[in-house]
Design a protein. Structure first.
Length: 57
């Protein structure tokens, strides 16, 4: 059985399990659930909090 691991929508980093670690951010954009790893979240926290479209990150 193949396990689909949680994957960062920005950099492609994969978690060790199918569940995202607690340090990852979950976002719903255009009706899609997206995950961002802790590194991408830290690097883009101002844009995320400002609700900027990910294209501008």
């Amino acid at each position: 059985m193949r396990v689909i691991r949680a994957t960062c929508s920005l950099c492609g980093q994969q978690a060790e399990t199918e569940e995202a670690p607690l340090t990852w951010l979950t976002s719903v954009e255009n009706g899609r659930k997206l995950l961002y790893c802790d590194r991408c979240t830290r690097e883009n926290v101002r844009a995320i909090e400002g609700k900027l479209d990910p294209v501008y990150w």
